[in-house]
Every structure is written in structure tokens, then in C-alpha cells.
Design a binder for this molecule. Sequence first.
Ligand code: ADP
Ligand code: ADP
Ligand code: ZN
Length: 216
Amino acid sequence: MNIILLGPPGAGKGTQAQRLQSERGMIQLSTGDMLRAAVASGSELGRKAKGIMEKGELVPDELMVGLIEDRIAQPDCLKGFILDGFPRTEAQAEALDRMLDKKGKTLDRVVEMEVDEQALTERIVGRFSCAKCGTGYHDKFKRPKVEGVCDVCGSKEFVRRKDDNAETMKTRMAAYRAQTEPLRPYYARRGVLRKVDGMAAMDEVYRQITGVLSGA
Ligand code: ADP
Ligand code: ADP
Ligand code: ZN
């Protein structure tokens, strides 16, 4: 089963994708994580993306489409993938349709995570993650079980994203509204769009998503 998690920055896409990956073996494809890895490695893509990401704007479609096309061709994606952060524009959605068609793959569900905009900045500014395994945490909503130690891998090193601040968040929200929200009608027309309550507690959101995936 191949799905998209759709929602604004801070909606909880990464949190839910990580859990689907660890409990169901589906593969999380986070374009944000891929871009941050490219920036860290200093590759050509990373050099092009760095300044754009720091401002909270969108990286050009052709770069994003190439990145995803290469990734979904990898054999692990046969287990089913979760697109987290892609597509973000109609041009990306159309390119995704074409590449899935060409490979004989289907898009089974687009799960829209509905959230109150006011809650998002609080989620974003409190977000941090394990430097070693990438597990996501929050200052208030998801602290490690043992203070300062990653629940999953035991690492004591954590990182915060440079773009997770109230200022950049305004640009990211504007990009979401202008360029990504139009994907809701795009997928609603195809009958694959389902909504979940992204304001609920993390376990409840997960329960609603697995409900959607099992046919609801
Ligand atoms: P996204 O990938 O959509 O940008 P994340 O999954 O990284 O969002 O979540 C943003 C922050 O909010 C993280 O720190 C995460 O721990 C926290 N978070 C995620 N889901 C919830 C929730 N349902 N309730 C409260 N906090 C949440
Ligand atoms: P969040 O989940 O908080 O919205 P991401 O980690 O998905 O953030 O993305 C971080 C940044 O990477 C975005 O602000 C944007 O600059 C870039 N980015 C990620 N995915 C895409 C995409 N599909 N198209 C264009 N830019 C992207
Ligand atoms: Zn860890």
C-alpha cells in the first residue's frame, strides 16, 4: 500500500510516518529528511536547497521530482511507502501520477491531517530529534522517557532544525496555503482523500490513520 500524509508543517506527518514504518514495515519517504541529508553531505542538490530551506520556501519541482523518482525505484519501496512532505505542489502531484503509472504502482490513500493553525507554531518551536536515529520528540508533548536519552537508540545527542522558528514558520505556512492546499481537491476528485483529526493525541491520530488504511 502506497500513501501520502498531507498536512502543514508541524501537523504530525513525520511522527505518524515513523510509527507506521516501525510497526508496519512501510517505508517513510521524507523529502525534508532527504534534503537535509543532501545539505549535510554538501552535494549539488544540497547546495541548491540550503538557502531555500532556511527561508522556508519550496525547493524547485524538478529537483524534488528527480529525488522521489530515484527513491521509489529502490527495491525496499516494494513493501509500500509513505510520502511525508511530497507532493507539495500540483506540478509535483502530476509528476507523481506519471511516475507511478509508468511503474505500474498505485496511490492507495491520501491522509489529510487536519490541525488548527494556532497549534502549529507551538509544535514546531518545541520540536527536536535524536541526532543518531532521527526519532522525533517535543519539549512539551513527547519528551524522552529518560531525560536526555533517546527512547529508541539510547543516544544522548539531540538536534533542532534551523528552520523551526516562529519567523520561518510564517513563510512555510504561506507556501502551504498557496501551493499545497490545492492538492486537497486534486485528490478528493479521485476519491482517495481521507481526513483524520491531527489535533488528537498521537496515539489517537495513529488509530485513525490505521483505520483509514484498513478501508474506512
Ligand atoms: P511534521 O512532520 O508534519 O512537520 P512532526 O511529526 O515533526 O510534524 O510533529 C511536529 C512536532 O509536534 C514534533 O515535535 C512532534 O513530537 C509533535 N507532535 C506530533 N504529533 C502531535 C500530536 N498529535 N499532539 C501533540 N504534539 C504532536
Ligand atoms: P515540515 O514537515 O516541517 O513541513 P519538511 O521537513 O517536510 O518540513 O521540509 C523542510 C523544507 O524542505 C521545506 O520548508 C522546503 O524548503 C523543503 N522541502 C521538503 N519537501 C519539499 C517538496 N516536496 N517540495 C519543495 N520543497 C520541499
Ligand atoms: Zn535515537
